[in-house]
Design a protein around this ligand. Structure first.
Ligand code: ADP
Length: 491
């Protein structure tokens, strides 16, 4: 492991090279991983250091050493760092949005929007650092005063997926730092670019060395250190159900606090009384925005009989008109699938859907001038809720339609899933909307808006196989990143 003090970046033959950042030092390790543009696989964005298990151990040790200083930093110091970092992220939204589109395949508009969101999140949690209020309670015993205060959890491992390369890291790292925790951050292998920039920005905004450490590399290699170390007090993870369950099992013996955000199979109910244009728009955005690669994507469209045929025809027409292409080209509505593995998974689920009796509209793989992972949006019609495509998360531009008789059946189908992240309904009936809000089994319910697309100042999370542990985001983020202390004081 080669170390040098921070210089910001390096290059090899004109190619950008980015190191791991451990204890404030650049650590390059032995090998480099290329960051490939999914819109054009001949475009290498840069090379990123590949962390080893030893690097991960060093990062945990650095976070452990930095903890006492940061835990007792003033709220003003923490607020200032987050606010300054938020300002820089917002100022660089065009440039970082372009990087995001280039490494992940979201459209430029989606990329810029996500970067701006990350900036807002950093600034919000800067404010929260100043609002970590406790409580003072009268004791049941005379002459005693009871206070309830919040202290940082400790060293937190933050493990993130590729589908939101800057927003998810920001919504975990910002509250962790705001409440005085130190962090080891492992981004997904496919999107180290935005992760590196975010850590660099926070470092230059004034974080002391070791408070935020970056290890880029394979989850299988560095994951066990980040989740199994006795020096780690919490693990916040977003990714697949299988990995989440594995992390929980690895962390539990050390009694490490765990927060998991995993999959979804989110239903969007469309009732006969819906405004057809709104229904189609909500379904299109919810199912195919960000190439359908969102845990909150509307992947099951549950549609009542009276509107079913009109809805399917109108949605299929809108899908055909969508421009699928290079994420950074003007006029692109939907970028490519993130990589060849994910594309193969999408196609495998489409093949299974056909085998099980579904009819697939769209879902064609095609070439552009550049070699990228292009798939047109796919709608599987004629499905029932027992089919594989309605049980398992595809994580691509694939939605299926389940036709139902009425609202009661729609609600039953919507709730018939092992997941429970978000759900939606499109209706003009206040009674149906209100009933659905109360009876949906999801953690987030959307009425006449897409199942994907959330605010940052309110809780985010789901139920059952979708989530584990306290909610993320907004003021609720404090539950995970702090521990409570009750003090009895006799003057
Ligand atoms: P995705 O389908 O989004 O890649 P994963 O659950 O495989 O979902 O990955 C999400 C994150 O978890 C990534 O950063 C990945 O490197 C990491 N990861 C994968 N395996 C492990 C593991 N065994 N322990 C810890 N993190 C892991």
């Amino acid at each position: 492991m080669a170390q040098s003090s921070r210089s910001g970046s390096g290059s090899a033959g004109g190619l950008i090279r980015r190191p791991n950042i451990i204890g404030g030092a650049e650590v390059t390790g032995g090998s480099w991983t290329p960051n490939i543009n999914p819109s054009d696989t001949s475009d290498v964005i840069g090379e990123y250091a590949h962390a080893s298990a030893a690097d991960a151990g060093a990062a945990v040790a650095a976070a452990h050493e930095a903890f006492p200083r940061w835990a007792f930093a003033t709220p003003q110091e923490r607020a200032d760092v987050l606010d300054r970092a938020g300002d820089e992220v917002l100022r660089r939204a065009d440039e970082l949005g372009d990087l995001l589109a280039r490494e992940e395949g979201k459209t430029l508009a989606e990329g810029r929007g996500e970067v701006a969101r990350a900036g807002q999140i950093l600034k919000f949690h800067g404010g929260q650092a100043l609002r970590n209020h406790g409580e003072v309670v009268d004791s049941i015993r005379p002459g005693l005063e009871v206070t309830i205060t919040r202290e940082p959890l400790g060293v937190v491992s933050i493990i993130t997926p590729w589908n939101f390369p800057i927003a998810i890291p920001a919504w975990k790292i910002a509250p962790a730092l705001a409440y005085g925790n130190t962090v080891v951050f492992k981004p997904a292998e496919l999107v180290p670019g935005c992760a590196w920039e975010l850590v660099d920005i926070l470092g230059r905004a004034g974080l002391p060395d070791g408070v935020l450490n970056l290890v880029m590399g394979s989850g299988r290699e560095v994951g066990p250190v980040l989740t199994g170390s006795t020096q780690v007090d919490g693990v916040s993870f977003t990714g697949s159900v299988l990995t989440g369950e594995h992390i929980l099992a690895t962390a539990a013996p050390q009694r490490t606090r765990v927060q998991l955000e995993m999959g979804g199979k989110n239903p969007l109910v469309v009732l006969d009384d819906a405004d057809l244009d709104i229904a189609v728009d909500v379904a299109l955005q919810g199912a195919f925005g960000s190439t359908g690669q969102r845990c909150t994507a509307s992947s099951r469209l549950v549609v009542t009989r009276g509107i079913h045929d009109r809805f399917v025809a109108a949605l299929a027409e809108r899908m055909r008109a969508w421009q699928v292409g290079d994420a950074r080209a003007s006029g692109t509505d939907m970028g490519p699938v993130v990589d060849a593995t994910q594309l193969a998974q999408d196609e495998r689920y489409l093949a299974i859907a056909r085998d099980e009796g579904g009819q697939v509209l769209g879902g064609e793989r095609f070439e552009r001038q550049t070699s990228g992972h292009y798939l047109s949006p796919a709608l599987v019609v004629g499905t029932d809720n027992t089919m594989t495509v309605n049980r398992e998360e595809v994580f691509g531009p694939v939605a299926s339609v389940v036709e139902v008789a009425d609202y009661d059946e729609a609600l039953a189908v919507a709730n018939d899933t092992e997941f429970g992240l978000s759900s939606g309904i499109v209706t003009t009936s206040l009674a149906a909307a209100s009933h659905f809000r109360r009876h949906s089994g999801a953690g987030m319910v959307m009425v006449n808006v897409p199942t994907a697309g959330v605010d940052y100042h309110v809780p985010f999370g789901g139920r059952r196989a979708s989530s584990y542990g306290p909610r993320e985001q907004g003021t609720y983020a404090r539950e995970f990143y702090t521990v409570v202390k009750t003090t009895y004081l006799k003057a």
